[in-house]
Design a protein around this ligand. Structure first.
Ligand SMILES: N[C@@H](CCC(=O)N[C@@H](CS)C(=O)NCC(=O)O)C(=O)O
Length: 217
């Protein structure tokens, strides 16, 4: 069994602004010892055999935890919340009631919201090149319903779990991806307030500097 007091060493395979962003952000936020490996998606580095040996899905993020490869942004974010309890971004292992709420939100974001955004950024994927515009229209409609639902929840709770957790970092990354949509997530006031709150953290400025990001500051 892993000793929770002995901190792992991480190597994150990332691309600027990609789904690795939440993991990178949390590595900074938790002060985790880590190194970064930039992956050139355009050059197809993530489809090469050496990468597929780490992540057979051929996707970013992929992260070595003590040299063992792991993937899925939501899972990696949950792990960092657990591995760094002092950062206060998760709940104690004994607090199963709160933890199930955290799992619920993370999986809801990863399974419901994230795929819509993936389809928006890759509109040829669901039904081919000929249907790009229809896919994008549908993505916006579906996503607006999701933003409304989450915004209403935030109006009552302020943060997804009532206080800032790894789930809010995940949400803000997904919000960022909607920045060029006709109705970006920041059109919803409680979502905008949450993003503004997280953007004030020093970790956000550091993340942007390292990834060389400029949009959506
Ligand atoms: N479910 C995966 C999705 C990851 C994902 O879609 N990553 C994108 C970057 S944002 C990627 O690797 N795209 C390259 C490709 O699809 O070939 C996760 O959350 O980690």
């Amino acid at each position: 069994m892993t000793d929770i007091n002995k901190k792992p060493f991480y190597r994150l395979y990332y691309a600027p602004g990609a789904a690795s962003l939440v993991v990178h952000w949390l590595l900074i936020e938790t002060n985790a010892q880590h190194e970064l490996v930039s992956v050139d998606i355009a050059a197809g580095e993530h489809k090469k055999p050496e990468f597929l040996a780490m992540n057979p899905n051929g996707l970013i993020p992929t992260m070595l935890i003590n040299q063992k490869p792991h993937y899925e942004a939501a899972a990696l974010a949950l792990h960092l919340g657990d591995a760094f309890p002092e950062a206060g971004l998760s709940f104690a292992f004994s607090d199963t009631e709160r933890r199930v709420e955290l799992y619920q939100w993370m999986l809801n974001l990863a399974n419901v919201v994230q795929p819509i955004l993936r389809a928006w950024w890759n509109p040829h994927e669901p039904a081919g090149e000929a249907h790009r515009d229809a896919v994008r229209t549908q993505c916006q409609e579906r996503l607006s319903r999701e933003w409304t639902r989450i915004d209403q929840h935030l109006a009552e709770h302020g943060a997804l779990l009532g206080r800032i957790t790894v789930a809010d970092f995940m949400l803000v990354m997904l919000m960022r991806w909607s920045r060029n949509m006709p109705q970006p997530a920041t059109n919803w006031p409680n979502l905008a307030a949450l993003a503004a709150r997280l953007k004030q953290r020093p970790s956000f400025a550091k993340l942007y500097e390292i990834e060389g990001l400029t949009e959506w500051t």
